[in-house]
Each structure stands twice: as C-alpha cells, then as structure tokens.
Design a protein around this ligand. Structure first.
Ligand SMILES: [Zn+2]
Length: 82
C-alpha cells in the first residue's frame, strides 16, 4: 500500500517514499541552493542577510542548508544560528 504525507514546503500530498519535498518544491530548492552556493563561493566573507538579499532566497532556507550540511562555509563563525 502506498502511503502519503504532505510536502514539507507547500503541504501538497506526496508519496511518503519519495523525498521530503514535492517535485515543484524540490526543483525550486535545488535552484535556490545552487544560487546560494555560487554566491558564497564568490563572496566567502558575507553574512546570511547579505546572501539572502543577493540571491533572493530566504534567510531561514539558507540556515536550513547550512544545518543540513549542504553548504560548506569557509568561516562558519560569520553565520549566526538561531
Ligand atoms: Zn511542495
């Protein structure tokens, strides 16, 4: 039997066996991640609010990427955690 649960971002019902996000949010998340990653690569010394403004990705999304270990920071002390 297939089980379902809501997408973590938009709440759309997706198969529980797939990723935490629906296809649409997953694509958008990947796009955001690449933008943030590229920006930090070019500007390693900026803080989260600057990155958020430059990439148009929310600060909470960026913090989540850092928490998940997807973003590798040169100087984690530059970033404050909630
Ligand atoms: Zn979604």
């Amino acid at each position: 039997m297939v089980r379902f649960r809501p997408c973590e971002t938009c709440g759309r019902i997706i198969e529980a066996s797939s990723s935490a996000l629906c296809h649409r949010c997953g694509d958008q998340d990947e796009e955001h991640f690449e933008k943030v990653r590229d920006f930090i690569k070019q500007h390693p010394q900026v803080s989260i609010p600057v990155v958020a403004e430059a990439t148009n990705v929310s600060e909470s999304s960026i913090r989540e990427m850092i928490r998940d270990g997807r973003l590798k920071l040169n100087d984690p002390a530059m970033f404050s955690y909630d």
